[in-house]
Design a protein around this ligand. Structure first.
Ligand code: SF4
Length: 361
């Protein structure tokens, strides 16, 4: 498929980003262009060096090959527009401009065990979740695998050290951009590339059930994280329109199968919205929904003022968490990283484009 795509792009004189290619594909192209096979491996090594920003820095390649690469491929797609670091320095948020002028965000998070990067997979999002800022301006386009990968490369360059984990939880619905996200997962985990193991990749989805099965069939070792946010269909359909297509019964069945196929525990994200989903009745329903299944619930304190929703107060969150624990549910409370820099997805892009969501100095 990439061979065809490469030829088509060449015919219309558009350069492809070289980071889209797997090593085998690059090897194939080298051979077709008359270069020895080992050159592909050398180029690939350079691509995993985050300090490399031009083909001219690939000094062990002959000049003729560097010229060929310059004429054929792009190496960089993202331009850094803005960097914000939280007061406690736990989180840095990046705003990147794409070649077509669209903006995306990524966040670098520092934990005790190392660095984690949260990347965007689409410009905008078509899922329309009621509480989400990212989906407000609708869907614009899918990101290429290289555009997702470059977010990791640039975050690693900024951190000055290896990134250990990748979270597909930025702007967009990853499973709505299935092919590029699958390709990205292979590229980022490639031992010849950044070598971030698939077990250290978490993919967050609003619940595109058919795509969960597609992901399962790829036999990746990615951790699946479901943006659940409600324990019953009536409430979930109000908060997340995707629930009208695939309800909770179908979603949880897919999660169980994913667990059985991959042996990876599925986690469930639950944003705490005051008076909406934070009552003890909801906690009991949540327990029932996830019964008999090695699930993990991650409670997320909401940022205040999210599209008319109010954040649950810390006392309510504590009670909700305690109630789940008493019911035997594995539950954690997400650390509120970088709330002073609007670290929730979509907010920085919104501010730069003149939106009303703010909260950073
Ligand atoms: S919460 Fe996720 S899936 Fe829902 S609109 Fe926002 S980015 Fe899209």
């Amino acid at each position: 498929m990439w061979d065809l795509c490469y030829n088509k792009l060449n015919m219309i004189n558009v350069k492809m980003n070289i980071r889209n290619l797997k090593l085998a594909e690059l090897t194939d192209l080298m051979l077709k262009a008359g270069f020895p096979k080992f050159r592909a491996w050398q180029i690939y090594k350079w691509l995993s060096d985050v300090s490399v920003v031009s083909f001219d820095q690939m000094t062990n390649l002959p000049l003729g090959l560097r010229d060929f690469l310059k004429q054929t491929f792009n190496l960089n797609s993202l331009t850094l527009q803005k960097v914000l670091t939280s007061r406690d320095e736990s989180t840095t948020k990046f705003l990147f401009k794409l070649p077509d002028g669209n903006l995306i965000e990524s966040a670098l998070m520092k934990y005790k065990y190392g660095y984690s990067v949260c990347v965007s997979t689409q410009v905008g999002c078509r899922m329309g979740c009621a509480f989400c800022v990212s989906g407000m301006s609708g869907f614009v386009r899918n990101l290429e695998a290289s555009e997702i990968l470059e977010q990791v490369v640039l975050a690693q360059k900024f951190a000055g050290t290896r990134i250990g984990r990748v979270v597909l939880m930025g702007i967009g619905e990853p499973l709505d951009n299935f092919e590029n996200v699958a390709r990205f997962s292979e590229l980022v985990s490639s031992p010849e590339g950044l070598n971030i193991g698939q077990r250290n990749i978490t993919l967050s989805t609003a619940g595109l059930v058919e795509r969960i099965y597609d992901l399962m069939r790829l036999k990746f070792q990615i951790t699946l994280s479901i943006s659940l946010h409600a324990p019953n269909d009536a409430l979930r359909s109000k908060l997340m329109p995707v629930n009208k297509t695939w309800d909770l019964l179908q979603l949880i069945a897919a999660c169980r199968e994913y667990f059985e196929a991959t042996h990876r525990r599925v986690s469930f994200e639950y944003i705490m919205l005051s008076g909406v989903n934070d009552g003890l009745k909801c906690a009991a329903e949540l327990k029932k929904l996830l019964a008999g299944f090695p699930a993990h619930v991650n409670l997320i304190p909401a940022n205040s003022g999210r599209r008319g929703f109010k954040a649950s107060d810390p006392q309510t969150i504590k009670m909700f968490q305690k109630h789940l624990e008493d019911l035997g549910v594995q539950v954690t409370l997400r650390r509120a990283l970088g709330s002073d820099i609007s670290a929730a997805c979509g907010q920085m892009r919104c501010i730069v484009q003149g939106g009303k969501y703010g909260g950073f100095e």
